[in-house]
Design a protein around this ligand. Sequence first.
Ligand SMILES: Nc1ncnc2c1ncn2[C@@H]1O[C@H](COP(=O)(O)OP(=O)(O)OP(=O)(O)O)[C@@H](O)[C@H]1O
Ligand SMILES: [Mg+2]
Length: 389
Amino acid sequence: MRLIIYNGKGGVGKTSVSAATALRLAKKGHRTIIMSVDTAHSLGDSLGVELGPDIRNVAPNLDAFELDIIHEMKTKWSSIRDYLSAFMMSQGIDGISAEEMAIFPGMEMVAALLYVLTFRNENTYDVVVMDTAPTGETLRLMSFPDVSNWYMDKAFSMVNRLMGIARFTIGKVVDFPLPSKEVMRALGELKDQMTEVKSILEDGQNTTIRLVLNPERMAINETRRSYAYMCLYNKNVECLVINKVIPEDADGEFMKIKLDEQKEYMQMIHDSFEPLKMMTAHMLRTEMRGIEKLEQLADMIFGDSDPIETYSGESPMKFYSETPETATLKIKMPFVEQDQIDLYKGRDNTIILQIGSQRRTVSLPMTLANAELLGAEFGDSCLFVRFKR
Ligand SMILES: Nc1ncnc2c1ncn2[C@@H]1O[C@H](COP(=O)(O)OP(=O)(O)OP(=O)(O)O)[C@@H](O)[C@H]1O
Ligand SMILES: [Mg+2]
């Protein structure tokens, strides 16, 4: 099963591009589902259909739903919730509601990934398209090396937090019920599921991330950061979708000015992300809504090609550590022959690589923010930049 996750800054067109992709996949004959994992859902709006938390068919070969974490909390994980309620009650506090549990960060993604796992295990779909919330939340999940531990940590910090509340409320710590066998079993099962989810997420052949951005400074900066992050955590970013590109023949003084500005930003995108595959879509004059418009968007992005394709099985950029003190950034640079590499520290925790006529600006992960730059080597069509922490 293929899993395609779209991510990017707010408003760049993630939902539109996800919906367009899903429609095209379905048209190509793949059993497709698109899921929206964003509290501010707009997938139904984009497709022009009524969507809710239950999976429904919206076109031949295409199912869709908008994940609702409160609904998930009410319908699933009941033993864990019951335990937490019993725990709260033992503290003299009314039980915890699904709404209260739903506020914990990352819950949506966990629930979404459990769906993905079910789809894969039951072989319901050939491809799952995930439309996500703007960068932050998705990144946070990607950044934890072990999703299952991440979940467990969350669960335990939640219990701690509840204990904190209990202390505050009643002024003393009282006994509380120990989790039952059933609760422990449910937690254990979740942990196992999360381990499986982790292996799905890191299977770069089948699971890929596509970053959507606009030719605009802030979107580029944010995309650079999230790209570095995802590479750092071994997620396969296979392409960029540059959306809302102003067409060359745009008329009017205002558009002409925008067009000039955009040229600079397109160059900046190339300098930052080459050799990552890039696809572009023009800004339409009218709102991007409804199936007809989305088909038009799919044409611009994919032409006749099949969006199920994995453009690259491995991200062109990778961070790894040989020893706790050193780290290496490996960047595929297949078109570079020049032996002269210039390396600079850039602003905002970036490094700038000048190789012949190519220039790359790479955002560094926080863990390398103050690392010393040791140098760079070129070999095997890859550039290796070494750091000392
Ligand atoms: N190529 C395009 N041409 C014209 N309008 C577009 C294009 N792509 C997206 N839009 C419009 O831009 C707005 C934002 O698009 P969309 O909702 O897909 O972005 P998003 O990244 O999912 O936003 P959010 O971060 O709020 O979820 C919508 O009004 C949509 O109709
Ligand atoms: Mg959206």
